[in-house]
Design a protein around this ligand. Sequence first.
Ligand code: DHB
Length: 548
Amino acid sequence: MYWPKPISLAGCAVLMMSLLAGCTGTTSLAIKDGRETQSSGLEFPMDRYEARSVVVDGKATAVRAYENVVYVASPVDTTYQVMNIYVPEAYFHDERVGAFDARTAPIFFPNQVGGYMPSQPGTPEGRRDLPPGAGARGGMAASPAGAGRTPQSIPPEGIRSAGANGPGAGETRVSAIAVALSKGYVVASPGARGRTTQDAGGTYTGKAPAAIVDLKAAVRYLRYNDARIPGDAEKIISNGTSAGGALSALLGASGNSADYEPYLKALGAAPARDNIFAVSAYCPITNLEHADSAYEWQFNGVNDYKKFDMSMLDYNVQRREVAGTLTTAQIDISDALKAQFPAYLDSLGLREPQGQALTLDAAGNGSFKTYIKLLVIASAQTALDAGQNLSALDWLTVANGKVTSLDFDRYVRYAGRQKLPPAFDALDLSSGENQLFGTETIDKQHFTTFSQRRSTAAGATLADAATVKMMNPLRYIGAADASTSPHWRIRHGTKDRDTSLAVPVILAATLQNKGYAVDLALPWDRPHSGDYDLDELFAWMERISIRE
Ligand code: DHB
């Protein structure tokens, strides 16, 4: 809870000389819910900010920008282990913004991870680590008034611009960070190490579980500094897309789990909890050790593909398509992976929200497939109700304004295969996920025994089971040693081929079955992308924040 008049080192020197007898330059007193604690190097630099103005739909919001705040005491990488924190100026003057004030404002926590690559923190104007034009652009401008003063210049509206992969032709996009600030959220966007991160000596420092450890450390920093930063650290809402969606889900699933503790300790993470309030995940590339069989369950029989260059895995970057047809050997792999899926799915014992068991027979048919089909039909119905013309799609049956049935196999062909089997644990170690599961000294590894046994890469090794576990939210949802977020919003477009529809549906059903609130939808015809429905995202965020 924000404590409006925290005591700084200077203040406490005046007020509490005797208490400070042992203070050194980097040590200060923190006040947390009225209690005093001492720590080193992790205090939020309250007075080190730049005054800025964010314009959304012509309306300006004054904010304090705290950028590149290192969130651990012993960072291994200060390019990525940093966070940008933006706070509406009104919260320093006891004023409200939208539905919130300094004590109640939720903290919007958007990561910018794509492709499991290293990622810098987000800004209201878009991503810094991408070429101009890629990603969303916001409308923030530095105030000529300088740090610590009220902004005086408000830029003309410069917010609406197309993103690289999200909005379709003619659509425009505003950055989620800019919108969040305009609605009174405090924003904390963490950077994180990724699969290619190395130190000066060439040691890999960003392999699994580094990125999730970094996000947890950033959450701990926010909670540790809750009294100093306006907003409520018990209302942290994570957001991410694709690999970032997977990390958002993992963060929400695995709160406070002891598995990550040694890594957090080594970084000097703040002594605080890392469970969060809510998760927004767009097309999460998750459940990686089962994603290969899930992919072939959906795409087996679709032998023509349009794949993307591996280096362009990241959803943020323009993708180049290469068309081809599976070889007989690849079709055999597809068949073998597809055959694994029903047993895995049945082992989960899932039920749909009305209570019906979700199962599959050996051929991959059954209530689980019907449930996914109904979700796609519901998505088509929403599009139809919004006035879209679906008459060209002859695999959909529409009668009297109602979508009554869908030919699933033809829908899958319409969506199209994008990945070659195995889609994630590539036999030649060529996938981004192979690189994610490397070690300090090994760049790429397998992470399933299926692919390890069939590996075509000389000397290929298998990631250790504990690391694979630490990257999978399903291993933590409702587990005894984890504190899982109560609120979830999961979106996966019906034209997204980066992972099987089964992946988000299994995630959502697992959460629902364990009593967590899930808002799941498969937005109509959306390809692999995120942040495309900010009005709905923020309406959900406000609903869950105000209700609790
Ligand atoms: C992303 C996309 C993928 O297809 C994948 O396998 C991993 C990550 C991404 O866009 O982040």
